[in-house]
Design a protein around this ligand. Structure first.
Ligand code: GRF
Length: 195
């Protein structure tokens, strides 16, 4: 299964996926390309030091559709079959979503459908929640709204700040994302060998 990963920053979830593909934990797969919509992000360097092709495709004043069309063309050129969003800070256009039907996934640091969007941990703490977590889901045309693939709960502790809660959840994100993509890779392998 050829995977393309979109990032906008640090890229720790991307690294978790790349390392799991390399170790074979995610079977029969290859990370064909990492694309960042921002230049000079830490994630780009992390991908390159792991031997993964990493590109910058900035929006540069273009429409969302024009920007997405360039990204889709790059992913298609590389034969990408599954697109993983990993800290990618843009909403995909309907054209992008339709170009990879049921083949785009995202990780989000809350128990969706609760707390979609930005500033999740601040909002979770302000609401006095005692539990939060992370979700891997299919991407549709809405904001963090597609069908859930896997979720994991993480406790909110007394004295948590947005930073301590984010760090506790991020640790779980890495293994949850790997687990979800492993399952998708196994299904893809099974359907390729039966066809
Ligand atoms: C993660 O918390 C992810 O859930 C959210 O953005 C953050 C990205 O972190 N969508 P990283 O770039 O993977 O380190």
């Amino acid at each position: 299964m050829k995977i393309g990963i979109l990032i906008s920053g640090r890229g720790s979830n991307m690294v978790a996926l790349v390392d799991a593909v390399k170790s074979g934990e995610i079977p029969n797969s290859e990370v064909a390309v990492v694309i960042s919509d921002k230049k000079d992000t830490a994630g780009l360097e992390k991908a390159r030091t792991r031997g993964v092709r990493a590109l910058v495709i900035e929006r540069k004043g273009r429409s969302r559709e024009e920007h997405d069309a360039q990204i889709v063309a790059e992913l298609k050129d590389r034969g990408v079959e599954l697109v993983c969003l990993a800290g990618y800070m843009r909403l995909l256009s309907p054209m992008f979503v339709r170009a990879f039907p049921n083949r785009i996934v995202n990780i989000h640091p809350s128990l969706l459908p609760a707390y979609p969007g930005l500033n999740v941990h601040e909002r979770v703490l302000a609401a006095g929640e005692t539990r939060s977590g992370c979700t891997v889901h299919y991407v549709d045309e809405g904001l963090d709204s597609g069908p859930v693939i896997l979720q994991r709960e993480v406790p909110v502790l007394a004295g948590d700040t947005p930073e301590t809660l984010a760090a506790r959840i991020l640790e779980q994100e890495h293994s949850l994302y790997v687990e979800a993509i492993k399952t998708l890779a196994e299904k893809t392998t099974a359907s390729n060998s039966s066809s």
